[in-house]
Write a new protein. Sequence first.
Length: 306
Amino acid sequence: MCKITIIGGAGTLGAAIAFKLAGKKAIDEICLIDQNEKLLLNHLMDLENAYPSKTIYKGTFHDLKHSNIVIITAAIPNRTDISSRDEFLEGNLQLFRQIGEAVAKHAPNALIITASNPVDVLNYYLVHTFQFDKKKLIGYTMNDSYRFEWALRRVLKLHENDKVSSPVIGEHGETQVPLFSQVKVNYKPLLLSEDQKIQVKEKLTNWFRNFNDLGINRTTGWTSAVGMERLIDQLLQPKTSTAIGSAVLNGEYDVSGISLGVPLAVNHTGIQSILEWEIDQKEKELFQQSAEKVKRLINEFIMNKK
């Protein structure tokens, strides 16, 4: 059986993930940690009624012990007056120092999933600062692939029963790289016209702005919960399967020393390998640009602030 601890369990993202995971038979214990005690208790009382047979409880950093998987969703409050996830970085680095120290002390061997933004920089920070095994840290980036699928379905007017594979690699942010070369519909490669690609890219580019224009200080809880459930399912299995997530690179795709979204082979022990797919030349160039952007942030906020 499995114990999951969610740091940031009172927030939209943490609570949505807790609700999805509480329904999994393989997970029998969920610990929720958050500074917002009343909101956390509100979610907890509700979850206990929804899943009365499960062990779900409010914890502290001390309760990280015996966690198989630690999911970090804690972050400074979401705002809508921003143009980039990077604007959360400085505040979230301060939180991550406390969180990293606690996880290193109480659950050093747990698998760690970073879901706070900017994911790539924060995921690298945990490996760099606390020397966690990089094979046990994954930055959650699946929402980009779900949005890519959403855009593809609308532009191509696909049927609801069509099966779509729509991977996105690179930064979980403005320089993300939708892999048109890897798009499959019903398990078969699909070639899009240049006009179709432009339409899909416009939908993806506009999504973040349109979401913020609503003026609601809420992050994307449901999408993240669905993707996190899928990733957790993969991390509970001895059989290796393919996922997309941010991982620390060591020469893969000609990039080293940063964390970036890539195809991963994963199982219950973590990342088995980074899969180097054959992508086209334009996608390689965009990936390198994405890597340079993340590297600049790491140098500015981590390497130069020792």
